[in-house]
Design a protein around this ligand. Sequence first.
Ligand code: SF4
Length: 424
Amino acid sequence: MSDLSRFLDSLEGCRVLGVNPPVMDFSFFDLWAKPLGLLFLLGLLRKRGNEVYLIDCIRDSAASDKKYGRRVTARREIPKPEAYRQIPRRFWHYGLDVEGLASRVRSLPRPDLILVTSVMTYWYKGVFWCIEQLKDLLPGVPVILGGIYPVLCPEHASLSGADEVQTVPLPLPSATPAMDLYGRLTFGVALSSTGCPRRCTYCASSLLWPEFRRRDLGRLVAEVDLQVDLGAEDLAFYDDALLAAKEDHFYPLCQGIIDRHPGLRLHAPNGLHVREIDRDCASMLHRAGFKTIRLSLEGIDEINLEAGGIKATSEEYRAAVSRLLGAGYRPDQVETYVLVGLPGQKASDIAETIRFVRSLGAKAKLAQYSPIPGTPLFREVLCRHPEVQHEPLLQNNTVYSPFVSGEITAEELQHLKDLANYPG
Ligand code: SF4
């Protein structure tokens, strides 16, 4: 395990470049993605007297606008890695290409240190590519790799080409995220708490944030103010448990946003805990201006209920939907995550959940299971598919169930997608 927090704490008077690498995958949808951990760290380093810069390979390559402040990321087709050779899908490089990255690097002063962040384990190809380019463009400048991937796959991340790798999760720095490095913002992001009080067996939240902690409300409101000043008309919450302890934290935060920024559109792309949605909560979500709400139902089949520690029963989900409709949401605005491809799950079980969601008028959003290293369910997966441990590409949610485990075939998956999406 490697922890560079002391070294980072000691930095002063340095020029630090933060880099969010491109993504290489079959698909990539911008759900208000920003490298928030990196932005917090850059904010802290600046507060300590360092000069900071940012290259966001995703945002800096945005090709066109989408609804609610999001952008379509530029992409180009690239050859599939060997592990994906049999997958009948096209493979893409999303974000800045060689020339785009070189031009961004040349537009900035030469840094003393580069911090490269990362997200999904199965996006490591984009991370490796980025580090290789940075090493060519800025020879002699040390590169540190951080983010989620090296915490979950420390051994694999040692192959990244970085000089150092942060394999221990860093606590959230006590600083304002350096959002101003973007210049103008089309959307902002907020994190009102870290971690989650629940322990679903497929989820990495507790590996990244061992405890559930709420952040200071005054600081949060100031962060929202800053992003609105920078032009954000939309704000996405990154919380894993946005509604936990809602009366003391979420409601006052919403009221602060209603008072200070009426008209700001809010989004909760991570699932909301169904049980927390009582009448007051549904009404607050609507009054505060939440335009995107996604409920974490995951499934009403036995395997799903067990893996999620019975996150929500059918009756609890039914009641939550009815409260949201009563608060003023249209049925199609009540989007609901349905988890597909858990070990042992059958396509017929998933179809039953989709039908149930649709019977209440809500919209099912399929989320394909991705085995995440370090989670209890990952250990179960390894008993049958040990190859998944050594090749993070096989942890890709697009690939795992239809092409690695085969538990849900590609045809069954398509049928489930059709069932979720057919109009009416
Ligand atoms: S409720 Fe959501 S965030 Fe919390 S442990 Fe379960 S999947 Fe993870």
